[in-house]
Design a protein around this ligand. Structure first.
Ligand code: ZN
Length: 135
């Protein structure tokens, strides 16, 4: 397994527009992309800090994964995403080492990335994402 960098940190928020204002006005970052990922029932906003992105996630529906997360745990850090050369290979390796997977194979995420998640039960409570640039 080789992780190339922390690609992004995903943060669950209730009000995307209010959160964007905070990141821009207080932290001085620039939101360079807002995107809906229908599949995940989320609207996302991206900021770049050095080589790492901040991905804000607002639920489009209460029963989506982010809606459920906020209901259980409140707003805050939702996941950490590592850039890898191959999501499929990294998933396979993690599974071979006994890690429980959420995704058995890569799927499309925001920003045309191929992504997959490891289950937080196997990763000391941190929802862990692998991602690679899509074609
Ligand atoms: Zn992510």
């Amino acid at each position: 397994m080789k992780l190339n960098k922390i690609e992004h940190i995903g943060i669950a928020v209730k009000d995307l527009d209010a959160a964007i204002r905070y990141y821009q006005r207080v932290l001085g970052l620039e939101c360079y992309n807002i995107e809906e990922v229908r599949d995940q029932k989320v609207r996302t906003a991206f900021f770049l800090v050095g080589e790492t992105k901040i991905e804000l996630l607002e639920s489009l529906e209460d029963d989506g994964p982010i809606g459920k997360f906020i209901e259980k745990k409140g707003e805050g850090v939702h996941h950490i995403a590592f850039a890898v050369d191959s999501v499929a290979d990294s998933l396979k390796e993690a599974e071979e080492k006994g890690i429980q997977l959420i995704d058995k194979s890569p799927r499309k995420g925001a920003e045309n990335m191929n992504i997959a998640f490891l289950h937080p039960k196997s990763t000391f409570g941190v929802l862990t994402e692998f991602c690679e640039e899509g074609e």
